[in-house]
Design a protein around this ligand. Structure first.
Ligand SMILES: Cc1ncc(C[n+]2csc(CCOP(=O)(O)OP(=O)(O)O)c2C)c(N)n1
Ligand SMILES: CC(=O)[C@@H](O)[C@H](O)COP(=O)(O)O
Ligand SMILES: [Mg+2]
Length: 651
């Protein structure tokens, strides 16, 4: 039986010698490479925290001492050491979550995978321990150098510094990268601190050499030692943290368990706020990750463990289309600039950065700052395009509302991973953007259905200079092209089936493909359905309201919150127009979703074409006979016009 197999709980670590621990860490790395190669997941981040996590669980007494992981993507080792070693179904329905999960273990605290929150969690837990009289308990927050660039982290540091009698141990897991190398002044500061080992070595050399060379040498060393504070502030300027009132311990070799344990025990004994600065290597111990220049295997799909190469080559997807089109736009528009929150490559901005290095800005994991900085850029004559994953825009909602929209700033938001993403768990689904953005006055949101509409709607978006625009699309591969048969005003007509009563099926974005399947299913039952794509889905256009009002039943299908998305907006608009045509909305339920595949969630929420067709047919059968508003001929057709090349966003 391996050392790892004998670890059932953290206490089992404490009897191991350093040589045994070294065997254990090798076993853990081998386990991670083999397991994550089969399922996909966060390989690099977890290979970088093997020794750190072992040391943490040897020094602290989880769950009495709470250990909080920021973002949570680097908690696989923590799971292995707390009784969870079945990674067969990692990130799959019924298997382990890719993030901490309270239902899996009482060693887990934060399930949210949005970065930069751990210090605030730790501050809150420490305060609660104090108020409740729980003495002798430590709270540990493990935060990456990337997550430390998030504003929340600094709000928390400001507060943690106030609690000089609260034991908060902040472990900065500094591997110098988010995906790419971490940007900004903080990164430079951490770099400076990283050089500190040289500072200590210089001082040791001074002690050994100068003091042995007689009075002149001793005088020189005394002068050097007298300058220690000054020198240290120059060579190893931990003033930033100690100036806040937070003791700084480090930098520590984050792969030396003995050194880590000495530092962590010092920090634990300190009894107040303390930072342990651990220098780690993302992807350590696995050559394909160590040599990966893009992101050190930050997040991988299923790969060959020997080579690290993907088993299935990645397909040309939504992100690739955006990556191409934004470069084309950049060539035509010198005022267009791009912003990313530490995700340049994942959101598809690498080609833009390659061609326009002075017109792309990586702000770190700082979405709030990105949004308001973009408002400043727009005010000063640029057209910023902020590319984010949809779920991370949640963090910049107030800045979008009050800095961009209030000032009618022409800023374009490109939201990748919108809708159901699935395997990354509850906080990664891009399910809230349309519900949130419905509330923003003046904002216009487009949801392309295929490559052509993504290119067209992106071009239309950057042409708007007096309001925020949003273009949102899902994760992964592009669907087939879905050309329009015609247009009803600003609304694309995709399919028309005669029959009575008449149903209007409104598809939002990629869900228009499902809408077409719904109409086909209804047609087979003699129910006439017309399928439309509003393109600019929020605010709901007068053309769509007009069209809906001519039907006997309206069905909407969207990859967003069913309670507050396009369907509910259309229902409200029809009511405001005095039209009582029933509207059946299909979308994502307003609850937190367990990790599963996108397909499993689509099926669970009855969002397949056949599901919606079946439910719609039942609704039609229940319509009162008087409901029919016409002879069943499709309401569109006579008004249909060919779509213009770059139609203006719906007003
Ligand atoms: C608010 C937010 N924005 C973006 C992300 C995407 N993201 C996940 S991990 C990561 C990089 C984190 O870097 P770091 O904190 O240094 O941890 P490491 O992966 O290096 O261990 C990013 C940007 C996120 N999870 N949350
Ligand atoms: C933890 C985090 O936020 C990212 O690493 C995310 O898991 C990546 O998602 P994709 O794999 O969809 O790019
Ligand atoms: Mg990092």
């Amino acid at each position: 039986m391996s050392h790892l197999e004998r670890i059932r709980r953290p206490a089992d670590l404490r009897g191991l010698s350093i040589p045994e621990l070294e065997v254990l860490t090798k076993e853990i790395r081998d386990f991670l490479v083999n397991a994550v190669s089969r399922t996909g997941g966060h390989m690099g981040p977890n290979l970088g925290v093997v020794e750190l996590t072992v040391a943490l669980h040897r020094v602290f007494d989880s769950p009495r001492d709470r250990i909080v992981f920021d973002t949570g993507h680097q908690a696989y080792v923590h799971k292995l050491l707390t009784g969870r070693q079945d990674f067969e179904n990692l990130r799959r329905r019924g298997g382990l979550s890719g993030y901490p999960s309270r239902t899996e273990s009482d060693h887990d605290v934060v399930e949210n995978s949005h970065a930069s929150t751990a210090l605030s969690w730790a501050d809150g837990i420490a305060k609660a321990n104090q108020v409740r009289g729980f003495t002798g308990r430590s709270v540990v927050a493990v935060i990456g150098d990337g997550a430390l660039t998030g504003g929340m982290a600094w709000e928390a540091l400001n507060n943690i510094a106030e609690g000089q009698d609260r034991s908060v141990v902040i472990v900065v897991n500094d591997n110098g990268r988010s995906y790419a190398p971490t940007i900004g002044g903080l990164a430079r500061h951490l770099d400076a601190l990283r050089t500190a080992p040289h500072y200590e070595k210089v001082l040791d050399w001074g002690k050994r050499t100068l003091q042995r060379s007689g009075p002149p040498g001793r005088m020189a060393f005394d002068a050097l030692h007298g300058m220690k504070k000054g020198l240290k502030d120059v060579i190893a300027p931990q003033g930033l943290f100690e100036g806040l009132g937070i003791k700084y311990v480090g930098p520590i070799d984050g792969h030396d368990i003995a050194e880590l344990e000495v530092a962590l025990r010092r920090a634990k004994a300190f009894g107040g706020p303390v930072i342990v600065h651990a220098i780690t290597e993302k992807g350590r111990g696995y050559t394909p990750a160590e040599t990966d220049v893009v992101d050190r295997f930050h997040a991988v799909g299923v790969i060959h463990p020997e080579t690290g190469l993907p088993v299935a080559p990645s397909r040309f997807g939504w992100t690739s289309v955006f990556a191409e089109e934004i470069v084309e736009i950049g060539r035509r528009r010198s005022d267009v600039v791009a912003l990313t929150a530490a995700m340049l490559a994942p959101v598809g901005l690498a080609p833009f950065a390659e061609e326009f290095p002075d017109r792309v800005f990586d702000v770190g994991i700082a979405e709030q700052h990105a949004v308001t900085s973009a408002a400043g850029m727009a005010f000063a004559g640029l057209h910023p395009v902020i590319a984010l994953y949809a779920t991370f825009l949640n963090r910049g909602y107030d800045q979008l509302l009050m800095d961009v929209a209030l000032h009618r700033a022409g800023v374009t938001f490109v939201l990748d991973r919108s809708g159901l993403t699935g395997d990354d768990g509850a906080s990664h689904n891009g399910m809230w953007d349309m519900a949130l953005l419905r509330t923003v006055p003046g904002l216009r949101l487009a949801a392309p259905r295929d490559e052509a509409t993504l290119r067209a709607e992106l071009r239309e978006a950057v042409a708007v200079e007096d309001a925020p625009t949003v273009v949102r699309y899902p994760k992964g591969a592009l669907p087939e092209a879905l050309p329009a048969l015609g247009r009803h005003g600003s609304v694309d007509v995709l399919a028309r089936h005669a029959g009575s009563p008449r149903v209007l099926v409104v598809g939002v974005g990629v869900m228009t493909h499902t809408a077409v399947e719904v109409a086909t299913g209804l047609d087979a039952q003699g129910i006439g359905a017309t399928v439309v794509d509003p393109r600019w889905v929020l605010p709901v256009s007068a053309d769509l309201v007009d069209l809906a009002g001519q039907h006997d039943l309206v069905v909407t299908v969207e990859d967003g919150l069913v309670t507050a998305g396009v369907g509910s907006a259309l229902r409200d608009a029809l009511a405001a127009a005095g039209n009582d045509v029933p509207v059946r909305s299909h979308g994502i339920p307003a609850r937190f979703l367990e990790h599963a595949s996108r397909g499993e969630l689509v099926e669970e929420f009855h969002l397949r074409g056949q599901d919606i067709a079946r439910e719609t047919a039942a609704a039609v059968a229940a319509l009162p006979p008087s409901a029919s508003r016409s002879d069943g001929a499709p309401a569109v057709g006579q008004h249909a016009v060919r779509p213009g090349p770059d139609a203006q966003p719906g007003r």
